[in-house]
Ligand binder design. Structure first.
Ligand SMILES: [Zn+2]
Length: 609
């Protein structure tokens, strides 16, 4: 299946794809020196260790050690096979690939699913514009003040009030019913054969992934008594609810620009926000927010504003969400709506009033204080006690002691209480609770070297030669990776066989074979371990200063060529001495010790360098 793809074609695609552009769809990258840095999309982290080298077209994460080319990035983010990733990037780069009918047929299930979802979105959109059929949905949009341009931008549609309008249309276009079922568009009938459409008489909101492909739908019923009011696609091979945010693709640029993300509950709230010029708004897809969703936000924004409904459910959801933001360490503020939802507020009071609300959003703790003050009478002693008691869980949850002290002080000031009185209640509370996280037992680090006494005069540190050797190998490799001209110099003095670590040896071989090859192509000839090593070194700064380079290089080469083999012989001897001692063979022990002392006389023991 790879056969259609020549190395040249692969290079052409790689050269034409801007890796920074490609990655930026998933991560907000910031320029840092010659690289771009951001939060890794593959592991959970709070400080950026994900690096992109735009010129070389390579990326590497120091946290999870993943890395590679644009192909690897697309394979891992979109969960594609290599041929699929090639197709995707070729399309992006405008490179034409020959594809046999056989290959087209073998396009994966996921690709077929995405095509079916795209066709479904087109069908729903058409229905919305049908003069007669689309009337209820258009009326609803008019009532909610959503204009045609906005509906178009969000790809809004209408699922007609029929049992199998979608299925009939899509199967006629060649999409199999079984696939449509797996894509969450239709369901098997409970009695008898056949299927029925999952979404009926609903306003349809296509949900897209970060590549702007439709992966799911949200549908709002247009029947006043319809249940459920909002219906989302189930999880499929193309859609993971907990990792997706509604409207993120449309909001992405505005989020980056403002460095802030506005989070609302309903799809319609997000649509309204955008229509009224608040372009950095996304919706949480109706479900409670997940850690992954908050991490996804953090990839694009430095802070967040939660705008949840003013009812009890909305406030409870906001409380739960705040804990997640705290966990992920994405600063968050909360808007207290006077009533209803953001959509209703914007339409009644206008975008400027809403913007004022956003600007006046409260930091989490202030929000919690405001809510507690709403519940109790702060004018009485009992009321104050109750307010403080309500806030104890939130105060306990604050992991940063400086911040906690700050909160206690603010609380005392606001309600005219003594700080130590609050602190006492806090202490009493934490004492009465069993710890949620038992302390972690840390086992001692394994010893890297072991001293062994052969003779009172000769102490051998087993393993130190190995460490010194590995250091010399890494030093040389790093210099060779960064500076192609060093490769020939090392190759004239050393063999790949002089490197003892298998991954080091593999990388050295590749560097010797093609000393002038560009990094992107070179790394494709390496196995997984060698690749990880290569990328790590490529993104690490060389620690050797220019003026010391020649000497360091000569020393490391000399060490591997001469001293390392001698050190290895010494270690072998030491092992033999130990074995002879264990066997009680005194004569052999003496013999070996003589050999050892002779060796030590000619070469000194390498100290870790
Ligand atoms: Zn990572």
């Amino acid at each position: 299946m790879r056969s259609f793809l020549t190395p040249d074609l692969k290079d052409e695609i790689r050269r034409k794809v801007d890796l920074v552009d490609l990655v930026s769809a998933h991560v907000a990258l910031k320029k840092a020196g010659k690289y771009y840095k951001g939060l890794c999309p593959f592991h959970q982290e709070k400080t950026p260790s994900f690096h992109v080298d735009r010129d070389k077209g390579l990326w590497h994460c120091f946290g999870c050690l993943r890395g590679g080319t644009a192909f690897d990035f697309v394979m891992q983010t979109a969960n594609l096979t290599f041929p699929e990733a090639v197709q995707e990037l070729a399309r992006r780069a405008g490179v034409r690939l020959e594809r046999t009918p056989e290959e087209s047929r073998r396009a994966s299930e996921r690709e077929q699913m995405l095509r079916a979802l795209k066709a479904a979105a087109a069908f729903f959109r058409e229905q919305l514009h049908e003069p007669r059929i689309g009337t209820p949905a258009r009326d609803y949009l008019t009532r909610r003040g959503i204009d045609g341009a906005t509906a178009e931008r969000f790809g809004l549609g209408y699922a007609p009030a029929e049992w199998d309008a979608l299925r009939t249309t899509l199967t006629r276009k060649g999409h199999q019913s079984a696939l449509l079922e797996r894509a969450g568009l239709i369901q098997p009938r409970q009695r008898g054969e056949g299927y029925y459409d999952l979404f009926r008489h609903r306003l349809m909101f296509p949900i897209t992934d970060l590549q702007d492909r439709v992966v799911a739908f949200g549908g709002r019923t247009l029947d006043p008594d319809g249940q459920p009011k909002y219906l989302n696609s189930k999880e499929t091979a193309a859609f993971s609810k907990g990792k997706t945010l509604y409207a993120l693709v449309l909001a992405r640029d505005a989020i980056r620009q403002a460095d802030e993300i506005v989070v609302v509950e309903g799809n319609i709230d997000a649509v309204t926000c955008h229509q009224f010029g608040i372009h950095n708004a996304v919706a949480s897809l109706g479900t409670a927010l997940s850690v992954e969703q908050v991490l996804l936000m953090k990839r694009f924004a430095g802070r967040a504003v939660l705008v949840y409904d003013a009812d009890a459910a909305g406030m409870a959801a906001a409380e739960r969400a705040m804990a997640l933001f705290d966990e992920v360490e994405l600063p968050v503020r909360v808007v207290v709506l006077p009533s209803g939802d953001p959509d209703a507020f914007i339409r009644a009071d206008g975008a400027d009033a809403f913007r004022a609300l956003l600007a006046g959003a409260l930091p989490v703790f202030d929000y919690q204080v405001a809510m507690a003050a709403r519940r109790h009478d702060a004018a009485t002693v009992e009321g104050k006690v109750k307010i403080v008691d309500d806030l104890l869980p939130a105060l306990t949850a604050v992991t940063n002691p400086v911040r906690q002290a700050e909160y206690v002080r603010a609380l005392a000031e606001r309600f005219g209480l003594r700080e130590d009185a609050i602190r006492q209640r806090l202490k009493a509370r934490s004492r009465s609770r069993t710890p949620e996280h038992p302390s972690v037992t840390v086992s001692p680090a394994p010893a890297t070297s072991r001293a062994m006494t052969v003779d009172p005069s000769v102490v051998i540190t087993e393993g130190s030669a190995e460490i010194a050797r590995s250091r010399a190998e890494i030093l040389l490799l790093r210099l060779m990776v960064h500076e192609p001209e060093v490769r020939a110099q090392v190759a004239s003095k050393l063999d790949p066989g002089d490197f003892s670590d298998p991954a080091h040896r593999g990388l050295v071989e590749a560097l010797f074979v093609a000393p002038n090859e560009e990094s992107g192509r070179l790394q494709e000839r390496l196995n997984e371990k060698e690749q990880a090593l290569f990328l790590r070194m490529l993104f690490e700064e060389t620690t050797v200063e220019e003026k010391d380079k020649e000497k360091v290089l000569a020393d490391a080469i000399a060490y591997l060529a001469e001293r390392a083999p001698a050190a290895l012989r010494r270690e072998t001897l030491a092992r033999e001495i130990r074995d002879a001692q264990a066997a009680g063979d005194d004569q052999k022990v003496r013999q070996l010790q003589m050999q050892y002392l002779k060796l030590v006389g000619t070469t000194d023991l390498p100290e870790g360098r």
